[in-house]
Design a protein around this ligand. Structure first.
Ligand code: TXA
Ligand code: MG
Length: 317
């Protein structure tokens, strides 16, 4: 396993490896991604293998500029243009009509492709240097906690990837928001850009109904982002003291007595800080060997909606 700090020489090496068809883990502003040449089906197949990801779950393609966007997206409708001008580079993924250059493995056979232009300077430098769009899902085994630090990737997938580029902890801590543009603008995943910011730019978004037989965002399963330790959403006051003894607590603003261990997402109640620490603390609590993780709900506003989406799916069984 090779983990290298994101110096210019590492960026060159990552870009060269990616051009040769390798799989490289790299930092983005949301979570770490597991990247390969999006236009090379053999390289992309290795991502699915490494993650043990089912082939019905399509990947996000990362681009560095408009020319790369045009290589993978057949058209950019006016709504997409408005969103791109407002939110790119940044944690917004758009689902657009794909070009023939994108292998169907990337899109799980869909005629659409998910694209985003990351804001993270290391991710951008690697894409630019490689000169190719990069397919990259989050760098975790399928269904497990997302990685927000290079150590998380090293621990979970270190023996299986060619290189891990260490760019330090990620800024947002939850994945990008996903919006499907056509036939009507529809929210497919809550994420780092709050839905009200998107609606302020383009008006109301349709919401995908979670119970459809064929979801618009395949791979958005009810259970996802889960630690190995069973986790449940609960207010600590509702848990009787004897029940706390063999559990650990993920609290929002304040720890509660009696737990084996606890992490506080944000003592000041700052939801952005809470999002940035969410997966770090879940990785730490998962390593405690406790019988259970009790996770306290956070307010359903701004990025708190994305945090609650992750916690609900993590606790689903
Ligand atoms: O922040 C992020 O988006 C991170 C970083 C690495 O960029 N990536 C990420 O990828 O979260 P991943 O694979 O964990 O989630 C991608 C999800 C898929 O599970 C699927 O729900 C949706 O994006 N998706 C991808 N292509 C799609 C398409 N053509 N139509 C609808 N949904 C799609
Ligand atoms: Mg993921």
């Amino acid at each position: 396993m090779t983990v290298l700090p994101a110096a210019p020489s590492t960026i060159d090496r990552a870009a060269a490896l990616l051009r040769e068809g390798a799989v490289v883990a790299l930092p983005t502003e949301t979570v770490y991604g597991l990247a390969a040449n999006a236009l090379d089906a053999r390289a992309v197949a290795r991502i699915f293998e490494i993650k043990a990801r089912p082939s019905f779950d399509p990947l996000i393609v990362h681009v560095a500029d408009e020319a790369m966007l045009r290589r993978v997206a057949a058209n950019v409708p006016p709504i997409a243009r408005t969103l791109i001008d407002r939110f790119w580079p940044g944690p917004l993924t758009l689902v657009l009509r794909k070009t023939d250059a994108v292998p169907s493995l990337v899109t799980s056979g869909l005629e659409s492709v998910a694209v985003r232009m990351p804001a993270h300077p290391v991710a951008r430098a690697i894409i630019e240097r490689a000169g190719i769009p990069l397919a990259a899902p989050s760098a975790n085994p399928f269904g497990y906690l997302s990685p927000t630090r290079a150590e998380h990737v090293a621990r979970m997938l270190g023996d299986r990837v060619d290189l891990i580029v260490d760019g330090g902890p990620t800024e947002h801590g939850v994945e990008s928001t996903i919006v499907m543009v056509e036939p009507e603008p529809t929210l497919l995943r809550h994420g780092a850009i709050p839905v009200d910011a998107i609606e302020a730019a383009i008006g109301p978004l349709a919401r995908e109904l979670s119970d459809r037989a064929k979801p618009l965002a395949p791979g958005r399963l009810p259970q996802h982002y889960a630690p190995r330790t069973p986790i449940r959403l609960v207010e600590p006051e509702a848990v009787a003291p004897p029940e706390r003894a063999d559990a650990v607590l993920l609290a929002f603003r304040e720890a509660a007595a009696g737990y084996r261990d606890a992490r506080v997402l944000s003592p000041s109640g700052d939801l952005r800080e809470a999002a940035a620490r969410l997966f770090l603390y879940l990785h730490e609590l998962d390593a405690c060997g406790a019988a259970r993780i009790d996770a306290q709900p956070v307010p359903l506003e701004g990025i708190g909606i994305a945090i609650m989406d992750r916690l609900r799916r993590a606790s689903h069984r």
